[in-house]
Design a binder for this molecule. Structure first.
Ligand SMILES: Cc1cc2nc3c(=O)[nH]c(=O)nc-3n(C[C@H](O)[C@H](O)[C@H](O)COP(=O)(O)O)c2cc1C
Length: 194
């Protein structure tokens, strides 16, 4: 069944030759070709400050670009994040976007004496992450800590389920055929809306 998909491009670099951009385009193309409705958020092109206080996180005015992103995420059934691994984690710009966006009142509702209620129930997600090291090294030697944080501490906690991931490693030494294989994989995931 066609669904509403938002593709969140988390690469801080707007240059079109970044592989993350080709992957996000392939995913979006696949999704649109299968009849899914697709919207895009390009974090690098948004104007927002970093959060600096808990008060701002809980009660601060939401910057217009973030309010628009929240509206798009609320609209979507499925969230696909595409980003490069930087120092074992998502790039700081994407983390800044997530801190701004996944606030109480949008992602969670605090409850007295109980765990917060996830306000994004009913949505699923996929994280497509590129990296210089082999993906197995990130998963099994580094235990994919940064990825797990976004999957569990942010998305699952907000009620998003399932959260799946696609790790693309050894990106620097990748030959053309392998790159094209990954673009075909991204396109196929988009077609399936997963
Ligand atoms: C600031 C920075 C930090 C990086 N840190 C890591 C890292 O911790 N582990 C890793 O495997 N690759 C690391 N890389 C390599 C990137 O993950 C890789 O260049 C990127 O996934 C390639 O995708 P792109 O063409 O879309 O930029 C880093 C790159 C930069 C620029």
């Amino acid at each position: 069944m066609p669904s509403k998909i938002v593709v969140i491009q988390g690469h801080p670099d707007c240059a079109p030759e970044r592989f993350c951009r080709a992957l996000a385009d392939a995913y979006a193309r696949g999704a649109a070709s299968a009849g899914h409705e697709v919207r895009r958020i390009d974090v690098a092109s948004l104007d927002f400050p970093l959060l600096r206080t808990q008060t701002d996180f809980e009660r601060g005015i939401v910057p217009p670009a973030i309010a628009e992103a929240q509206e798009t995420i609320r609209w979507a059934d499925h969230l696909t994040f595409v980003y490069p691994l930087w120092l074992g984690d998502a790039p700081a710009l994407l983390k800044g976007f997530i801190e701004q966006t996944f606030r109480p009142g949008f992602a969670l509702r605090y409850r007295e004496g109980r765990l917060p209620y996830g306000l994004l129930k009913g949505k699923s997600a996929r994280l497509i992450v590129t990296m210089g090291m082999p993906a197995l090294v990130y998963r099994f030697y580094f235990f994919a800590h940064g990825l797990r944080n976004l999957e569990r501490n942010v998305l699952s906690y907000a009620g998003v389920s399932p959260v799946r991931d696609t790790l693309i490693g050894s990106i620097k030494s990748m030959d053309r055929a392998t790159c094209e294989g990954w673009l075909a994989t991204a396109e196929s995931l988009g077609r399936r809306g997963v």
